[in-house]
Design a protein around this ligand. Structure first.
Ligand code: PHE
Length: 358
């Protein structure tokens, strides 16, 4: 028993004196490992009488317990010390100059689209989408442009190869097919805007084969041209950030609206720049009208019960007008110099999450 006490104080002293985690592990092995000092004693228990086994065995277990608890306490202490040393060494100098992070830009189209979505969201419009590859029915026929209709020639359409059934799909020439898809899948009241890509075989400074439009559609039981005018006026004022904007609704023709109009905004083109608001010039920006009864019928809506209006305009064109960009082509050329010049800083943008205020 005396030897046992000696062994105990020896091992506990070793533990106490351990300076590193690896010496501590060596001590553990030399005491409790397979060939350890305490393990050797435990093995001898078999040779003892029942009485001795009881006392000696109990004392050995007690010793094992003491060693383990000292080992654990020491391990925690050593680990904490190691962590503190590391933290102390890891100091960093907050006075060092920061490395500049490259800062990206928001493309003007994204900016303009976000602005528009904000404005229409505030008037309770939802966003709708449709496919870029359309069929003849949605892009033309249901919009009251039957096969021989001359209006088909107004759109320089990109056609796909005919499929086995002889049907030729096409790249949508406007966002108006989204009107059809919306009316066929939703019940009025409907209030949507549909922004997206559109395609026409056309190319010069203000036309690219791919461009963007935004479509608006409102269908309800009591919708009048007054609502159409009010909506467009509110949009134009908010978008161009001018209160006294001059507008005129010029009679026009679209097969899918009746009556149809084109909206011009008053502007000043005299100083080589476009300024929306004052001035004596006019710029056409939006096509619109009251939904043609035939279009409602194509979508299985009763024209005697429902009326509505639609409008469409070029997103790129509105971006060019608002932010003074003379040429459309660089929009899609991904030239970083152009983007740095005309792009927007992320934190300056009035985001959907942040509201329209700036
Ligand atoms: N889809 C027409 C175009 O591309 C624009 C338009 C949309 C006109 C909705 C009236 C109503 O020219």
């Amino acid at each position: 028993m005396q030897d046992l006490n000696k062994l105990k104080s020896k091992i506990l002293a070793e533990i106490k004196g351990a300076k590193t985690l690896s010496t501590l592990e060596d001590i553990r092995l030399s005491a409790l490992g397979k060939k350890g000092r305490v393990t050797a004693l435990l093995k001898e228990l078999g040779h003892l009488s029942a009485e001795e086994k009881k006392t000696f065995g109990g004392a050995l277990n007690q010793l094992k317990g003491d060693i383990n608890s000292d080992l654990n306490a020491k391990r925690e202490e050593l680990e904490a010390r190691a962590l503190n040393t590391q933290l102390a060494e890891d100091k960093f100098d907050v006075t060092l100059p920061v490395e500049p992070e490259p800062e990206g830009r928001i493309h003007p189209l994204t900016q303009v689209l976000e602005e528009m979505m904000e404005i229409f969201a505030a008037m309770d419009f939802k966003i709708a989408e449709g496919p870029h590859i359309e069929d003849d029915f949605h892009n033309f026929t249901a919009l009251n442009i039957p096969p021989e209709h001359p209006a088909r020639q107004m759109h320089d359409t990109f056609y796909m190869k005919a499929d086995q059934g002889g049907e030729r799909k096409l790249l949508r020439t406007h966002t108006s097919p989204v009107q059809i898809r919306t009316m066929m899948s939703q019940k009025p009241p409907i209030r949507i805007i549909a922004p997206g890509r559109t395609f026409r075989s056309d190319s010069d400074a203000t036309h690219t084969p791919m461009f963007h439009q935004i479509e608006g559609l409102v269908i309800d039981e009591f919708t009048t041209m007054g609502h159409l005018k009010g909506t467009i006026e509110a949009f134009v004022k908010a978008f161009f950030e001018v209160d006294d904007v001059k507008m005129r609704f010029r009679p026009s023709y679209f097969p899918f609206t009746e009556p149809s109009a084109e909206v011009d905004v008053g502007c000043d083109l005299s100083k080589g720049q476009v300024r929306i608001g004052g001035g004596n010039d006019w710029l056409e920006i939006i096509g619109c009208g009251m939904l043609h009864p035939k279009v409602l019928e194509y979508c299985n809506l009763d024209p005697n019960k429902y009326q509505g209006f639609a409008f469409g305009c070029g997103l790129d064109r509105l971006a060019m007008l608002k932010y003074g960009m003379p040429d459309l082509r660089p929009f899609f050329e991904s030239d970083l110099r152009w983007l740095r010049h005309y792009g927007f800083r992320a934190l300056d943008i009035p985001t959907i999450a942040g509201g329209l205020s700036r």
